[in-house]
Design a protein around this ligand. Structure first.
Ligand SMILES: NC(=O)c1ccc[n+]([C@@H]2O[C@H](COP(=O)([O-])OP(=O)(O)OC[C@H]3O[C@@H](n4cnc5c(N)ncnc54)[C@H](OP(=O)(O)O)[C@@H]3O)[C@@H](O)[C@H]2O)c1
Length: 414
């Protein structure tokens, strides 16, 4: 069966989870059954039926089909991957549950998008499935949430503007991340799974340490020295900056985009992501405090008994997350500053991506849904029709319009 003759356009796998439910709500509120043939997938039939009934009551859908299965049942996952054009999954930790589904999608030539930020697992998927996915025409697009759509798509937009306006890309893009939001049990369980993998597997450890670990094999070195770990004065914006918790994923994803597109921004291209904390003594003190807290958290998570204790006694359980009020009152802004040199001198390109809603859940549900819609509608602007891809290399420019339609601000100025 060709990819266009499938029973469904989209299976939302993990629909009953904390983020999966937000994605299901967004999709059924934004699209009609005439526009999207959607099925809800997961392991618990009762919970799936309850969710489907709630969604039908609140939107213009008469019914929502359900596909039941377990993330460890490879045969069932193959049936699911064979039945749909696209799978969008929020079943994590991906290190624990993700691999059989990626394998099934590659085998079926099905497109796929997810929310993983687990570097060890993305690296494993690249090494195991990139070539097969390329051959099968299956687009496996990881990191379609707040990490790493704003960073990756924002960098692409800044670089396109630089090339259009100045005839050459920026050789440096700096990202400044600011916002307020909550965290779910599933996200923390995924962070624990990543540190668990790094404690036993040298390749996972290397994926966390090497700034180019997500580049194709043979290209895992370059000029960037890795994410910022200390407070630093930023002369470009005259502010103090602290480490960003998303930098490790976002920077590597941007570098993979550049590599997969065959270095349109050059092999000397550099990118860094930080959190601005203000100028003066207060800005420096906040940067020092944030950097200290960040270092302490990373050190704690690297110690097996501390990590196990945090998961058992401190972190919320999987399925739990911030309240609806907290999601609605959240916000985030990613500012991008690109710097390059054209024949008539140095230039600067600035970009902004922002939303007035919690980044990790409210905005992420919209970003993942719209990434999935791009795959469903085949709205992609990239030479890559398959492979283990990033948002910018696997979807590209069309996602910008969809993000704007979804209420996010995306702007670039030269
Ligand atoms: N990068 C980002 O921006 C971002 C933002 C948000 C979340 N995330 C990631 O998204 C993932 C989900 O987070 P969350 O907070 O939504 O987690 P969650 O609430 O725990 O949801 C996990 C989902 O996986 C399902 N599941 C668990 N084991 C399964 C199995 N064996 N077979 C089938 N389904 C199974 C659960 O089913 P039940 O409902 O039946 O329990 C649930 O639907 C995490 O990896 C998190 O890190 C990333």
């Amino acid at each position: 069966m060709s990819n266009t003759d499938r029973q469904y356009d989209l299976v939302l796998w993990g629909a009953t989870g904390f983020t999966g439910t937000l994605v299901a709500e967004y999709l059924t509120e934004t699209y009609t059954p005439e526009e999207l043939s959607l099925a809800l997938g997961g392991r618990n039939e009762d919970r799936l039926r309850t969710l489907a009934d709630d969604l039908v009551a609140g939107a213009q859908w008469e019914s929502l089909p359900i596909v039941r299965g377990d993330a460890t049942d490879r045969e069932r996952l193959q049936e699911i991957a064979d039945s749909t054009r696209v799978v969008c999954t929020t079943v994590g930790p991906y290190t624990t549950y993700g691999t059989p589904l990626v394998e099934a999608c590659v085998e079926a030539g099905t497109d796929y998008c997810d929310l993983t930020g687990e570097l060890n697992w993305i690296r494993e998927m690249i090494d195991r499935y990139h070539e097969d996915a390329l051959e099968a025409g299956s687009r496996i697009v990881h990191t379609c949430g707040v990490d790493s759509i704003p960073a990756d798509i924002g960098t692409m937009a800044v670089q396109s503007a630089a090339v259009d306006e100045f005839g050459t890309p920026c050789d440096l893009v700096r990202l400044y991340v600011d916002g307020r939001g909550g965290v779910s049990g599933g996200t923390l369980a995924s962070a624990v799974a990543m540190f668990d993998a790094a404690s036993t597997d040298p390749i996972a450890r290397q994926a966390l340490r090497n700034p180019y670990s997500l580049a194709p094999p043979g290209e895992r070195t370059g000029v960037d020295s890795g994410e910022q770990r200390r407070p630093k004065w930023d002369p470009l914006r005259s502010v103090w900056t602290a480490p960003s918790p998303m930098a490790a994923v976002n920077e590597r994803v941007i570098r993979r985009t550049n590599a997969l597109l065959e270095y349109p921004w050059g092999r000397e291209f550099r990118c860094t992501e930080t959190v601005p904390t203000g100028s003066g003594i207060r800005g420096g003190a906040v940067a020092t405090l944030v950097a200290g807290g960040f270092g302490l958290a990373a050190a704690g998570m690297a110690i097996d008994p501390v990590r196990a204790g945090l998961q058992r006694f401190v972190f919320p359980d999987p399925g739990e997350g911030p309240s609806r009020e907290r999601i609605e009152s959240g916000h985030f802004t990613v500012r991008l500053l690109g710097r390059g040199t054209a024949t008539d001198g140095p230039f600067v390109v600035e970009g902004t991506i922002r939303a007035d809603v919690d980044p990790g859940y409210g905005a992420t549900a919209r970003m993942l849904s719209e990434a999935a819609m791009c795959l469903v509608r085949n709205e992609t602007a990239t030479p890559l029709e398959g492979g283990v891809l990033t948002p910018a290399s696997g979807i590209g420019e069309p996602l910008v319009d969809r993000l704007r339609d979804a209420g996010l601000t995306v702007s670039v100025s030269t």
